[in-house]
Write a protein that binds this ligand. Structure first.
Ligand code: NAD
Length: 424
C-alpha cells in the first residue's frame, strides 16, 4: 500500500515524481522482494538547514540547505552537494534516490544521499562561498561522516569546496577525517582521476553501447549539453577516440560546427570565460536549435528535465548518454524508446564519478594511493561489467536499459533490506 509523503507534492514532471514512476515500472521484475518496495519511495532521512552567513558588505543573508539520506541499507550514504539557485528539497530527494540506485547498479557498498544549497555560487565572493560551505557543513555535521554519509562535488561545487568541508568537519571532531568527503584536492587525500571520472564513465558506457549497436566512434558526431566537469571530460575522451563534437550548449549559449570543434581551444575559452558562448571556432545558434542537431550521440550533461516530449520527438541521435542526473522526462523516455533511440540511463551512465569517489574513500582509509592508470583500468572494468549485467537483464525481459538498471539495483537494495530486517 503506497503511503504518500506529506511534505512534498510531486508531479509527473518533477524530479521526485519521475523517480516514483521509474520505481513503479520496475516492480514487476522484483519478484517477492517487491514486498519491500515502499522503502524505495520513502527517504530515510531529510534534513533542512538554515545557513546564515555574513556577506562581505557586512549584511547577513540566510540560505536554505539540505541533506537527504534516501536509503542506507547497503552502507553509508554517498552523493554530491549541489549549489544552484533552483535547488529544492524535492530535487535533492530525487537526486539522493538516484544515488541509491546508481551505487547499487555498480555494486558499491553505499546507500544513496545528496545535498544542496539554494544559492547561485557565481554571485558570491570566494570568502562568502567559504563561509557558506563551512556553516552548511557544520549544520549537517551530525549526520555526515566517513562511516555515515560521504558528500562529493556536483553542479556548482568543486575540489576547493570539498577541502573546506573536510577541514570544517575535521575541526569540529578534532581529528583529520579525510574520508568524510570525496572529490578533494590530490594532496588532501583526493584521488587521481576523480575530476574526469564521471566523464570517463560516460565515455566507457557510451563506447560499449556504441559497439553493441554497431555505431563506429571514429567520425561519430556528438552533441553535448553542459560543458562543465562531466560534459567537457566526456567530449574530450570521445574526441580522442575519433569522434567529433558538432554542437555544445551551456548556460552562456549554444555553438555548432558540423566539421567538429577543437577541444583544446574550446577548453581554453571555458577556463577563461566560464562558458562556451564566446568560442570563435563554431557558429552561435539559437538555444532551441540544439535539439535539432544532426548527430549520432547526444550527451545531456547539464541539469534535470531537459529532454521533454517535444524535444524527444525532434532528436536525430541514435544514442543518448545521460551524463546529467534525470535529464529525460518520464514520458519523453517512452518517446525515445518508441523511436528506437537507445538511452544509456544516468543511473549507470554517470556512475563513473561515484566509483572513483569510492576508490578515493578506500585509499583514504588505507592511506595508500594508486596510480592514475590503476584508477582508470579499475573504473573501466567496473563500468563494463555493470553494463554487461544490465544489458543481459534488458535482453532477458525485453525492457529498456533504464528499467533494467533499476531492476539490477533494486534487487540488491531490497535484498539488503530483507536480510537486515526491520529494526527493532
Ligand atoms: P558543472 O557545474 O561542472 O557543469 C554544469 C554545466 O551545465 C555547465 O557547463 C553549465 O553551463 C551547464 N548549464 C547549467 N544550466 C544550463 C542550462 N540551463 N542550459 C544549458 N546548460 C546549462 O556540473 P557537473 O558536475 O558537470 O554536473 C553536470 C550534471 O552531471 C549534473 O546533472 C550532475 O548531477 C551530473 N553528475 C555530476 C557528477 C560529478 O562527478 N560532477 C557525477 C554524476 C552526475
Amino acid at each position: 500500500m503506497h503511503a504518500p509523503l506529506s511534505y512534498i507534492t510531486p508531479s509527473a514532471h518533477s524530479a521526485w515524481g519521475t523517480y516514483l514512476l521509474q520505481v513503479d515500472r520496475v516492480l514487476p521484475y522484483l519478484g517477492p522482494l517487491a514486498r519491500w518496495s515502499e522503502t524505495l519511495k520513502h527517504p530515510k532521512r531529510a534534513l533542512i538547514v538554515d545557513v546564515p552567513i555574513e556577506m562581505d558588505d557586512g549584511s547577513v543573508r540566510h540560505f536554505e540547505g539540505y541533506r537527504v539520506q534516501h536509503n542506507l541499507s547497503r552502507g553509508p550514504g554517498k552523493g554530491g552537494v549541489r549549489y544552484h539557485p533552483d535547488v529544492t528539497l524535492e530535487e535533492v530527494m530525487a537526486l539522493s534516490a538516484w544515488m541509491t540506485v546508481k551505487n547499487a547498479a555498480v555494486n558499491l557498498p553505499y546507500g544513496g544521499a545528496k545535498g544542496g544549497i539554494r544559492v547561485d555560487p557565481r554571485q558570491l565572493s570566494p570568502k562568502e562561498l567559504e563561509r557558506l560551505t563551512r556553516r552548511y557543513t557544520s549544520e549537517i555535521g551530525f549526520i555526515i561522516g566517513p562511516q555515515q554519509d560521504i558528500p562529493a562535488p556536483d553542479v556548482g561545487t568543486n575540489p576547493q569546496i570539498m577541502a573546506w568541508m573536510m577541514d570544517t568537519y575535521s575541526m569540529n571532531i578534532g581529528a583529520t577525517a579525510s574520508g568524510v568527503v570525496t572529490g578533494k584536492p590530490i594532496h588532501l587525500g583526493g584521488s587521481l582521476g576523480r575530476v574526469k571520472a564521471t566523464g570517463r564513465g560516460v565515455f566507457v558506457t557510451g563506447r560499449e553501447a556504441a559497439r553493441r549497436i554497431g555505431l563506429n566512434l571514429d567520425g561519430a558526431r556528438i552533441a553535448v549539453q553542459g560543458f562543465g566537469n562531466v560534459g567537457s571530460a566526456a567530449a574530450e575522451l570521445f574526441t580522442s577516440a575519433g569522434a567529433k563534437v558538432v554542437a555544445v550548449q551551456d548556460h552562456t549559449g549554444t555553438i555548432a560546427n558540423a566539421g567538429g570543434m577543437d577541444m583544446a581551444d574550446l577548453m581554453a575559452v571555458v577556463r577563461r570565460d566560464g562558458g562556451v558562448g564566446a568560442f570563435t571556432g563554431a557558429e552561435r545558434i539559437d538555444d532551441e536549435a540544439f535539439w535539432d542537431t544532426d548527430c549520432d550521440i547526444l550527451i545531456p550533461a547539464a541539469l534535470e528535465g531537459q529532454i521533454t516530449v517535444a524535444r524527444a520527438n525532434r532528436l536525430k541521435a541514435k544514442l543518448v548518454l545521460e551524463g546529467a542526473n534525470g535529464p529525460t522526462m518520464f514520458d519523453a523516455d517512452d518517446v525515445l524508446t518508441d523511436r528506437g533511440i537507445l538511452v544509456v540511463p544516468d543511473v549507470i551512465c554517470n556512475a563513473g564519478g561515484v566509483t572513483v569517489s569510492y576508490f578515493e574513500w578506500v585509499q583514504d582509509f588505507s592511506s595508500f594511493f594508486w596510480t592514475e592508470d590503476e584508477i582508470n583500468v579499475r573504473l573501466d572494468k567496473i563500468m563494463v561489467e555493470a553494463l554487461r549485467k544490465i544489458w543481459d537483464m534488458a535482453d532477458r525481459h525485453r525492457i529498456t536499459l533504464r528499467t533494467a538498471t533499476f531492476a539490477v539495483a533494486c534487487e540488491r537494495i531490497l535484498m539488503a533490506r530483507q536480510e537486515r530486517g526491520l529494526y527493532p
